[in-house]
Design a protein. Structure first.
Length: 314
């Protein structure tokens, strides 16, 4: 018969393997849900105006997040003295960026939108240098330069020139990525002690309510024109993409290093491009595919800290 020590070691090994499998499944869920988000937005704004679509997505997500907050006994309000940060998160993290994304996806493909938004970690590096006085590394600088060159070539390959409609769509999504990066860095500086559930629940509810009301007043939507596909996409975005992806991502934050987990932002654009090509009937040229590979590889370089070019200030 096996000894108690052998049994204990076997149980430990089995637990470790089970944990690895769970982590792998959750990582895949995050990549798939966030990769399909862009197609979901594209389908949602097909018949639902962008302001209203952004608001309804959050209105759907809020009750689920509220239940999670109650179950975890997490506070809904930010700590005293953090009212300014709370307003910033409501406006610059939820309301304005998602309005820009929904508006932008009316003029560019869902795959291109995901690639544009994948610049967010690069903007985070830049804001970290400017706001947090963190050092910048040679690999990060090379990755930023090569990455944005590749992005420019991708826009050229996709025909996004100086035509107002397509240029507006690309600029709107890039601005959304920049705003998200600014909020991440500002939160790191001013609100690192705020819990993840607290950070998201009430801001997403207020942003959703505000966007929905403004959308109803400004856009005057004809509800009879909303398709079942668009409404289904909104339900998917509010539940699986927002809440499901959110839970999986922040569970992984406790299991993986931030550097490893940040590669999610390099994987989900690939999924989005593939889905965009399949379901939006857009051909993917060899040049476009090549620039996508260079873009993702360049942005991966920004996660390697080799060759310090500046030092953090006290």
């Amino acid at each position: 018969m096996p000894s108690s020590t052998q049994t204990s070691e076997a149980d430990t090994g089995q637990t470790a393997r089970s944990s690895t499998v769970v982590v792998a499944i959750l990582f895949a869920i995050v990549c798939l849900t966030w990769g399909t988000t862009w197609l979901g937005i594209k389908l949602a704004v097909d018949t639902v105006p962008p302001l209203l679509a952004a608001g309804l997505r959050f209105v759907i997500a809020f009750p689920l997040l509220y239940l999670i907050a109650r179950a975890q006994r997490a506070p809904l309000l930010f700590p005293e003295g953090q009212g300014g940060l709370f307003a910033l998160i409501v406006v610059l993290y939820f309301a304005l960026p998602y309005l820009l994304i929904n508006a932008g996806e009316q003029y560019v493909s869902s795959g291109l939108a995901a690639l544009l938004f994948s610049t967010m970690p690069v903007f985070t590096v830049i804001f970290s240098v400017v706001i947090l006085r963190e050092p910048i590394w040679a690999t990060q600088l090379v990755g930023i330069v090569v990455g944005f060159f590749s992005l420019g070539m991708i826009l050229h390959e996709q025909g996004v020139g100086f035509a107002y409609r397509s240029l507006f769509g690309a600029a709107a999504i890039l601005l959304a990525a920049l705003l998200h990066a600014y909020c991440y860095v500002t939160t790191k500086k001013r609100g690192a002690a705020i819990g993840i559930v607290t950070f998201n629940t009430l801001p997403i509810g207020i942003a959703g309510l505000a966007l929905t009301l403004v959308g109803l007043i400004v856009e005057r939507p004809d509800v009879s024109q909303f398709s079942a596909t668009s409404l289904g996409a909104l339900v998917y975005l509010g539940t699986f993409a927002s809440v499901g992806g959110f839970l999986a991502y922040f569970h992984l934050l406790k299991q993986l290093s931030p550097v490893v987990l940040s590669f999610v932002f390099l994987i989900f654009p690939v999924i989005a491009v593939i889905l965009s090509g399949l379901l939006e009937h857009r051909s993917v040229s060899p040049a476009f595919a090549g620039y996508c590979v260079v873009l993702i590889a360049a942005f991966a370089l920004t996660k390697l800290q080799i060759g310090r070019l500046s030092r953090a200030r006290a």
